[in-house]
Design a protein around this ligand. Structure first.
Ligand SMILES: Nc1ncnc2c1ncn2[C@@H]1O[C@H](COP(=O)(O)OP(=O)(O)O)[C@@H](O)[C@H]1O
Ligand SMILES: [Mg+2]
Length: 297
């Protein structure tokens, strides 16, 4: 399939003009954002969204103005995790006002645009079989609009929760060429690390995006009675060396975290002393430290 750049003419649609205009709008919108950070993995179900929601909270609690883009257009979960599923978006001439949590963290998600709980995102094609061909184009388009048309205001951090798939980051860097950095999430299983290493290579060697670091999630469980750490995966599935060097922290499995995600309540507020809360706050500190260091160096 040809890309729009290769078309000899645009059949009057001015597609290049439209895309360029939106790229300009993205640039202008992001002028009021200090750091754009993508949370990614390549792998599904490892905790990208949970980490995004909780890092957004931790960064907000540290006094930062934080916005979140749920870039998982087909499987949006952040509105529920961040407790704003019932929010109604307000449309103003300056753009869409994002939903806001009780703490003041801002969020835009496809979930906020879908009327019914069980409504899947159906792309506008002749049949859903054809929609497959258009999905990537439409996903990038939706993401472009989320970033360009949302009235974010001044933000210290804009976090993007990416869907699984190693091809997702190039789509994002096409929209945000000067992405400030990525946080890569993995679980200790070899299956996850295999895919995650591909994501690291893609980011670092092919796209030249700064890697803030790797977060290991659900590596162990802390017994609530004796405080003993128990691994959740086979004991020899320690983190791969390449990934270990980039480690920002290891978040234990905590059923209370998963419950807070399901209820849309603030885990960090409810269980501030839980080992996973402490680890999440440390990761947030390290992200802040990464940018402080890059300013001074
Ligand atoms: N550290 C954790 N402790 C307990 N549950 C977790 C933890 N991390 C993620 N989960 C749960 O695991 C499931 C998958 O996490 P999610 O953040 O949706 O993954 P992803 O966005 O990578 O697909 C969710 O139900 C979430 O609540
Ligand atoms: Mg997710």
């Amino acid at each position: 399939m040809k890309s729009y750049k290769e078309l000899p003419n645009d059949a009057g649609s001015n597609i290049i003009g439209q895309v360029t205009a939106q790229a300009d709008r993205i640039q202008k919108r992001l002028a009021s954002v200090k750091y754009t950070v993508a949370i990614m993995s390549g792998k599904g179900g490892v905790g990208k969204s949970s980490l995004t929601a909780n890092l957004a909270t931790a960064l907000t609690l540290n006094g930062n103005a934080v916005g979140v883009v749920d870039a998982d257009i087909n499987g949006p979960t952040l509105a529920k995790m961040m407790g704003v599923r019932n929010a109604t978006l307000e449309y103003t001439p300056a753009g869409v006002k994002p939903a806001m949590t009780a703490l003041g963290t801002k969020l835009i998600s496809m979930d906020l645009l879908l009327a019914e709980d069980d409504a899947p995102v159906l792309w506008n094609a002749y049949s859903q079989k054809d929609a497959f061909t258009w999905r990537t184009t439409m996903e990038v388009g939706a993401l472009r609009e989320f970033i360009a048309d949302t009235e974010w205001g001044n933000l210290d951090y804009l976090l993007l929760d990416l869907p699984p798939g190693t091809d997702r980051l190039p789509n994002v860097t096409e929209l945000i060429p000067n992405l400030s950095g990525i946080v890569v999430v993995t679980i200790p299983s070899e299956v996850s690390q295999l895919i995650v290493k591909k994501s690291v290579t893609m980011a670092r060697d092919i796209l030249g995006v700064p890697i803030i670091g790797v977060v290991e999630n659900m590596a162990f469980y802390v017994c609530q009675h004796c405080g003993e750490k128990e691994p959740l995966f086979s004991a020899d599935e320690t983190l791969d060396k390449t990934l270990q060097q980039l480690m920002l922290g290891s978040i234990p499995f905590d059923p209370q975290l998963s419950r807070a995600n399901d209820n849309g309540t603030l885990y960090l507020g409810e269980h501030p002393d839980a080992p996973a809360s402490k680890a999440l706050r440390q990761v947030a500190e390290k992200i802040q430290g990464f940018f402080k260091r890059s300013i001074t160096s």
